[in-house]
Design a protein around this ligand. Structure first.
Ligand SMILES: O=C(O)CCC(=O)C(=O)O
Ligand SMILES: [Fe+2]
Ligand SMILES: [Zn+2]
Length: 591
């Protein structure tokens, strides 16, 4: 084993000692000591260096019985005690200054301590609070039953050899990529022999399962942390352990809190409510688990071959849980809203936002899109052009030979227009304050994608057709869900970070009474049709800190959706329908 020189060891330990003098007051007495004791400080082998308790055990277990190990949050060291001094001395002799750690990029240094520090807050001392809704029934099945079930499941050929275990599904297949169920039933249902277990589960008040996954784990194998998707399975997922105890890890999806729970063989774990809907579960691949012994020390338990039976019930309707943030039944592609909710969303996430960001928005919106400009210029001088949702008036500017009027819901944007000398009125795009059949031309550019229901989007188009004279033409642009067509990315996807809205807020969905609106990540593909899109007020010289981020509501249109909406309006005919820079566009004429 490669080792650094003794001199260097002494230097390193002294340097470390200087760095942790603060911790010394917490009980790290004797750092730098070479007077042997049972207590060791292991330098460069802490949580901060990416070590787990198990990895430390792995390195030291060979020297003798370990009494205690404290891993400390955000520290590059940990504290270990052996049951006897010999073991400590032997490990000190062998390992001090050696490159025995993973990666071998940093040497391990050891220092004896006078005592096991009592007032350091070790990670394992955190009170273990189980996630709500998690229930464990020990001795759920008898030894005879266990033997029978193992015989049965082990003789049944496995269908799936995964990286860290073998798996077989009955009833329906569980898809590990998406954690969803494949709704096409499998040829094999749950085997008859499981009937006594199912009966017991039903007696406990659980719904009758129709799906079973059998997992086989050899020592060293595991399953990554995951949440079985809400839309696929009912509440109450059951895991029965056969053949070996194992530690299952739980992690809160909300705050990352972790809890490890020992599942004894023959026990039945019921994962329900919070533990099912807003926590992930998994099994770390390793050969042994470290668990708390009865005397509050730690013990190492070797894993044996373990077989688990996971019983689930496939959901046939939408999930009705209250864990909206994690509920894929609610984070659907598009949301179905009442008028009242739509009003609220538009007020909070459209009008208010535009009022707040008007100046900044206006600074970033100068150049008219060429196809819109060409449309405007196709009308003879003196024509009446109505710009519905005119924003900062950039199209009123390029229509100087026409008589143009703009409308908008944002008063601040109207103020920008008025300062520029344009004629504008404050109005809802669904009901423009103009007489029927007056306009030669109308444009509605990047407006109706801010309306929260299809009804409201249709009302707007209908109102535009109302104000057009017979033979008058309108041009409508909406943001497209498809931002990449035939491998060509839209300008939006190609925008540079510096001049785009830079917000990379944590995408926390926003909950309304009827729906959850996911927050879109800028410059990425749209995953949902109804989304909140961040806008951050960062000026060019921005420091990037504390600039408020606003969320604008968008309904992004799928290919064909705008056409299908227009086809519902009887008195128009579509002149052309096209895709332009990430937008779906339609020009129509009033019949
Ligand atoms: O092995 C277990 O106990 C759990 C298996 C599991 O979580 C799954 O298959 O989804
Ligand atoms: Fe699972
Ligand atoms: Zn749910």
């Amino acid at each position: 084993m490669k080792k650094v020189t003794e001199k260097k060891v002494a230097r390193k330990v002294a340097k470390f000692f200087a760095n942790v003098s603060n911790d010394v007051s917490n009980g790290l007495i004797g750092i730098g000591n070479s007077t042997p004791s049972r207590f060791l400080c292991l330098i460069n082998a802490g949580l901060l260096n990416g070590f787990t308790r198990e990895e430390i055990f792995d390195i030291f277990i060979g020297f003798g019985e370990i009494e205690n190990l404290i891993m400390i949050e955000r520290k590059s060291y940990c504290i270990l005690s052996f049951k006897n001094e010999c073991a400590a001395a032997e490990s000190y002799e062998k390992l001090n200054g050696s490159f025995c750690l993973k990666g071998d990029t940093q040497a391990l240094y050891l220092s004896y301590l006078e005592n096991f520090p009592t007032n350091l807050v070790g990670v394992q001392e955190n009170p273990k609070v189980w996630p709500n809704g998690l229930k464990l029934k020990e001795n759920f099945i008898s030894e005879e039953e266990e033997e029978k079930l193992l015989g049965l499941t082990l003789s049944d050929p496995q269908t799936l050899q995964l990286k860290h275990r073998t798996v077989k599904h009955y009833g329906f297949e569980f898809k590990y990529g998406s954690n969803k169920v494949d709704r096409n039933p499998l040829p094999n249902g749950i085997p008859e022999e499981m009937e006594p277990i199912i009966t017991k589960l039903v007696e406990f008040g659980m719904a009758r399962p129709d799906q079973l996954t059998v997992n086989h784990y050899a020592p060293g194998q595991g399953i990554p942390l995951h949440t079985d998707t809400h839309s696929s399975f009912e509440d109450g997922i059951v895991s029965i352990s056969l053949g070996s105890d194992i530690v299952m890890d739980f992690m809160s999806n909300d705050d990352g809190r972790r809890v490890s729970i020992v599942l004894p063989r023959r026990s039945c774990l019921i994962i329900s409510q919070e533990s099912r809907y807003s926590w992930s579960h998994g099994i770390t691949p390793r050969k042994y688990d470290v668990t708390e012994a009865a005397d509050h020390g730690l013990t190492v338990v070797r894993r044996e071959n373990r077989t688990s039976l996971t019983f689930r019930k496939v959901r046939t309707s939408k999930c009705d849980c209250t864990f909206f943030r994690w509920c894929d039944s609610r984070l659907e592609d598009s949301v179905d809203l009442s008028g009242k909710t739509a009003d609220n969303i538009e007020r909070n996430h459209v009008f208010r936002v535009y009022d707040e960001i008007a100046t900044h928005f206006s600074e970033t919106r100068h150049s008219p899109w060429p196809n819109v400009k060409a449309f405007i210029e196709s009308f003879p001088a003196g024509s009446l052009l109505l710009d519905i949702g005119c924003g900062n008036g950039k199209y009123l500017m390029c229509s100087q030979s026409l008589f143009s009027i703009g409308t908008d819901r944002s008063k601040q944007l109207l103020n920008v227009c008025r300062k520029r000398g344009y004629q504008v009125v404050n109005a809802d795009c669904r009901a423009s304050p103009f007489r029927d059949d007056v306009a030669d031309a109308a444009i509605c550019i990047a407006v109706i994608h801010h309306l929260a229901t299809e009804d409201r989007r249709l009302q707007t188009l209908q109102d535009i057709s109302r104000i057009l004279r017979k033979g008058g033409r309108a041009l409508v642009y909406v943001w497209a869900k498809e931002q990449e067509i035939g491998k060509r990315k839209s300008t939006y996807l190609l925008q540079k970070k510096s001049n785009a809205s830079r917000a990379e807020v944590c995408p926390t969905p926003e909950t309304y009474s009827e729906a959850v609106l996911p927050v879109h990540i800028n410059r990425t593909d749209f995953k949902h049709a109804d989304v909140l899109v961040p806008w951050s007020l960062n000026s060019k010289e921005s420091t990037g800190t504390d600039t408020p981020t606003y969320l604008r509501f968008y309904h992004v249109f799928k290919e064909g959706e705008l056409d299908s909406l227009c086809s519902k309006i009887s008195n128009i005919s579509i002149c052309r329908s096209y895709y332009d820079q990430g937008n779906w566009c339609i020009e129509f004429e009033k019949k």
